[in-house]
Design a protein around this ligand. Structure first.
Ligand code: TYD
Ligand code: MG
Length: 461
């Protein structure tokens, strides 16, 4: 077949393909995101005859009992759903410098100690640079093979010869495929490279970790398609200047998502944090206004975090509202609920006026939480700051707030209260509809509230 190359335009945000350039991507609406790339259309795969293909009965499919490779890093295993599944592909994304290479090199170290053959392919660092990093981390044994290479055909050939059990590619944006004309890191390169690696993973049963850089917008640079192709997507997040790092599962074909692993970046690499609640609450001010502890479920794990709020008179025409670590729109909604607060028993309104105030809400510790269960604590933190009422430091608050100011039940209330009790909290303010589920927990004073007014009264006492 004659070789036929055509020019197509890819959207760097969503991976959409069009034949004509335009200023705005027709699929995702992003501006200025289309890039031109030359694509070779001659590679059409030979298909087997359709008449030979038959579907298989589900009951006849044999699945070998699930076997997972443990990374010996408990926090990492948890996010992976109990370990690495052979033949799976795992994408580790995150900002530059957050610690992706460090985490994977440490994983290599642990895997090698369990006698698993690992190959670490780096397209970003030289052998010496990897060695310097390895020296900081600790002792390695002879099971780890290093390869500094960016050409995927070469990598594929070496992998086929060496047959490692686990392959690590650092990073996908540096890899290139000769068959694709465009530069490394471009949409079609990343997509092709991933499918070559996918083939290695599935055909040879090798577990492949790939590192992907993240753009300012928070997606893996280049295409989202990458996320659709791999089995597991993990994001490494946290403030690069603070020492805590959170590894979060956002997609997992072999386990539950929303699990998190918490690490601390030390001089000798990443250290697991076994008790994140204590870390998140470290350095909390006592008896300060606008500071409240809440409990969020991250997967199966309850984590206590401090929500801070600062309400001050605005100097601007339109007051400022800022949310760090939580949803901005949710904060605006809670402000509106506070303004329209009603005393249900006395049947009168008792809202607070916030229309001339700047409001800042922050979750301490650099963690991001999107769970509605933190609503009640957020609203009370704003109230506490506005009214200058300090909340007792031994109190924990959780519950979802509805638009009419009602406090709604949340899932897994029992785990949340138990975690608070374990960390020495004396009082828990929770949705009254959750009271039944926590009646067997002793040693902590539990207050049920049905609406936001009752919650405000509970902290004002
Ligand atoms: P790195 O793993 O290179 O980040 P990524 O691969 O995600 O770009 O992380 C580098 C950062 O971590 C760098 O700023 C130095 C720091 N670091 C430590 O603090 N301690 C260590 O032991 C190591 C290896 C790195
Ligand atoms: Mg790196």
């Amino acid at each position: 077949m004659a070789k036929k190359s055509v020019s197509v335009f890819f959207c760097q945000e969503c991976g959409n393909e069009t034949s004509k350039w335009s200023g705005q991507c027709p699929a995702c609406g992003a501006w200025n995101s289309l890039v031109e790339e030359v694509v070779d259309k001659s590679t059409v795969k030979a298909r087997s005859k359709v008449s030979d293909i038959k579907p298989t009965k589900l009951i006849n499919v044999e699945a070998s009992s699930e076997h997972r490779i443990s990374t010996s890093i408990e926090e990492f295993d948890r996010v992976l759903g109990g370990g690495v599944v052979p033949g799976s592909m795992i994408l580790v994304g995150g900002d530059p410098g957050i610690g992706k290479s460090t985490l994977l090199l440490q994983t290599c170290q642990k895997l090698c100690l369990s006698n698993i053959e690992v190959m670490y392919v780096s397209g970003e660092e030289s052998l010496q640079q990897i060695k310097i990093r390895a020296d900081r981390i600790g002792q390695f044994n002879d099971k780890l093979d290093l390869l500094c290479e960016t050409n995927l055909d070469t990598i594929k050939a070496v992998v086929e010869r060496e047959k490692p059990t686990v392959l690590i590619i650092d990073s996908i944006q540096t890899m290139y495929n000769e068959a694709v004309g465009s530069a490394p890191g471009s949409v079609s390169q990343v997509r092709e490279s991933t499918s070559v690696l996918m083939e290695i993973a599935k055909v040879q049963g090798i577990a492949v970790f790939i590192v992907g850089h993240v753009t300012k917008e928070g997606t893996v640079a280049g295409p989202r398609v990458l996320e659709h192709m791999v089995d597991t997507v993990l994001y490494f997040e946290g403030d690069r200047h603070a020492s805590y790092r959170i590894l979060r599962g956002v997609k997992n074909r072999f386990g539950s998502t929303n699990e998190i692993g918490v690490f601390e970046m030390r001089d000798s690499g990443l250290e697991e944090v076994k008790n994140p609640s204590a870390v998140m609450l470290d350095g909390r001010p006592e008896n300060a206004t606008g500071s409240i502890v809440t409990c969020s479920m991250e997967g199966t794990r309850p984590i206590l975090v401090e929500i801070q709020s600062l309400v001050s008179k605005t100097a601007f025409e339109i007051p400022r509202r800022m949310a760090t670590g939580c949803d901005y729109n949710r904060v605006n909604l809670l402000v509106a609920v506070l303004e329209r607060m009603r005393d249900v028993k006395a049947n009168r309104s008792c809202g607070i006026f916030l229309g001339r105030s700047d409001i800042y809400v922050n979750i301490a510790g650099g963690i991001r939480i999107n769970e509605p269960a933190i609503d009640l604590a957020t609203a009370l933190a704003i109230y506490s700051s506005e009214k200058e009422i300090p909340v007792d430091a031994g109190t924990i608050v959780f519950g979802e707030i509805g638009l009419s100011g009602e406090v709604r039940s949340v899932s897994m209330a029992e785990q949340r209260v138990s975690e608070a009790k374990k960390l020495g909290f004396k009082t828990a303010i929770i949705p009254s509809s959750n009271l039944n589920g926590v009646s067997n927990i002793k040693g902590i004073n539990i207050v049920g509230v049905a609406n936001i007014k009752e919650a405000v009264d509970a902290i004002s006492r």
